[in-house]
Design a protein. Sequence first.
Length: 222
Amino acid sequence: MGRLIDPEKRAHAKRQRIERKERILEVARSTFSRLPYVEVTLDSIGQRADVDRGVASMYFRSKEELFLHVLREELADWYSALQAELDRADDHVSKSDLAKLLATSLSGRPALTRFLSFEAVVLEQNLDAMEAFRFQRWRLDRMVAIGSLLEQKVEGLEEGEGIRLLHRVQLVTAALQPAADPQGAATYEVGDPDFAVFKVDFETELEGLVAAILRAMTDRRN
């Protein structure tokens, strides 16, 4: 009978795998936050994470899969923080207070807002359909729970409108972020008074748009 694998060595190897994956995710989060999405590769992330060539692909089959994993972690953190804020709030939250809460919470998460602006492109790229489905299924389940809480806390929100609001907020965020924080050639208008109309204050604009979405939900029923 062959010698059994040393339990300590097996445990050590498992810890190493976990640490490598966490390091890859940490570097990926930083890299996607700083560089244009098209310039990032799985190999370049692996190199920055100081792992052997090809090791990153042992954990993630593509750059897109890795990106979705990072986006999921950022969304999970935001959803949890938002749920905690709503749990601490009074029984009734005004629409204006909710608009401010959502705008402030996202304004303080620049990595998440940037990643949301990449999402539509990523979902069209080198991504397995089941991987995309699992991501959206997870997101839907989280949003259903928070949407239900919104409907309990915010006067005037009816069944189904909480999750619809969360979805619209993320879509608006994806559109606003590149305008509020232009990168590369898009920075040509910064400081030029002729292009002042293009200047966007993310938090202010988002709060106003969320308030408008909430008003539109009410107006449709009147």
